[in-house]
Write a protein that binds this ligand. Sequence first.
Ligand code: ADP
Length: 472
Amino acid sequence: MTFSWLPRTLRVRLTLWHLAMMVVVLAIYAAVVLLIVTRNASRALDARLRSDFRWAAGMAEQGPDGSLSWFEGDPWSEESPWLQVWASDGTLIYRTAVARRLPVPESEALLDRADGRIVPVASEPAPFRILGRRTVIGGDPVVVQVGRSEALMRQEVGELALVLLLGLPLSVAAAGLGGYYLARGALAPIADMTERARAITASRLGERLPIDNPNDELGRLATVFNETLGRLDSSFTQMRRFTANVSHELRTPLTAIRSVGEVALREPHDAASYRAVVESMLEEADRLSGLVDRLLSVSRADSGDRRRSRDAIDLAELADNVTAHLGVLAEEKEQALVVVRAGRPTFRGDRIVLRQALINLVDNAIKYTPAGGEIQVRVSALNGSAVLEVTDTGPGVPEQHAPYLFDRLYRVAGSSATGTGEDLHGGDGAGLGLAIARWAVEANRGRLGYEREARGSTFRITLPGDGPAATA
Ligand code: ADP
């Protein structure tokens, strides 16, 4: 049987389950009550039959002619006994008025089994119970039979069954109604939350669900939902900023190429001038492809499609390698670029990725430190962690910019590379260097942080110790 016409809401399902449970429990309860009451009534009937027999055996009156009789009382009263007394040869000696009114033909056949047992006999309007037993009254052996109809007992049990049967649907209906309103009340906040959640669109991600009680189930659900909204909101904001910045970054070199070309075509020039124009265009194209390369490596970092190797890296050697690689840039700006070793930590991780991070940090330090400054790469071990610090004597990053420093395409407004104005890795100041560095460090399970110094900046890479691999 299907209930496809019912609305499949949680409220209806809860109510139906509640009702089904009620019906089962009440039906079991009613059956048990009926069973117990029937058994007790039956036992009471048997007990009355035995007491009838005791009365019959003890209260016989013998007339002068030896005939037996009993005081029957009102033959129409409930308590007037059904009694038959048989002589040992099977002749009926005595029969009360009730026994005459309600004859039980089978009673004669029961004479042979008159051993004190109670025997049920089919009869109209209700079954009958007969207790027959041999005894001696007035010196003669006789069989005494007492009997009672089950009619009264059946009537009582029937009335009880009727009450239970009528009460069951009534109580189920009352419980169903109560359950429905209870479920509706309990689930109302969910409907409210659904409406509010529906109203929150991509353009209104700043809104939150109200939380009445943060400790109940709905409060916890709303809290988790709000946290998810918060994360979505910040990813959306970041994505919007990133898209805006990328468009801007791509447009600048394209505009340059276009305007150089337009100017060159406006009037005829000699071959040398055209060559200069083409070179300038190529330079811009280089800048563009450098930028695209960096964007690609950021998006690859996002998708995590590079398998990390686990090389044993000597960090002091890595620092030497990077400073040797970038030394020429520092030399051009007459900067001192030195490696300071405090211990000789090693680390297990991806050397190529980690080297990229260090190159970007040292490259920035050279770029943003004025000519004649000093750049230090410090290698040390601290509480089992390996630490690489790049400290410079440049202008530092203003405090309000520090939280966004590692965001993609974020640049400090007004900051500019000093000196050559060109970095080694394609595209001056696209704002990707630190984002890539942070990804590279985190891919190696490390942390990259920034600290403003009294004079200059320190970028610190902290790598987790790999047990004996990181040693001071
Ligand atoms: P960019 O390609 O512009 O250098 P980065 O992501 O490497 O992008 O750096 C982001 C911004 O952080 C830079 O625009 C610069 O203003 C600032 N910055 C980075 N390193 C330093 C540093 N060593 N000293 C001062 N400012 C720095």
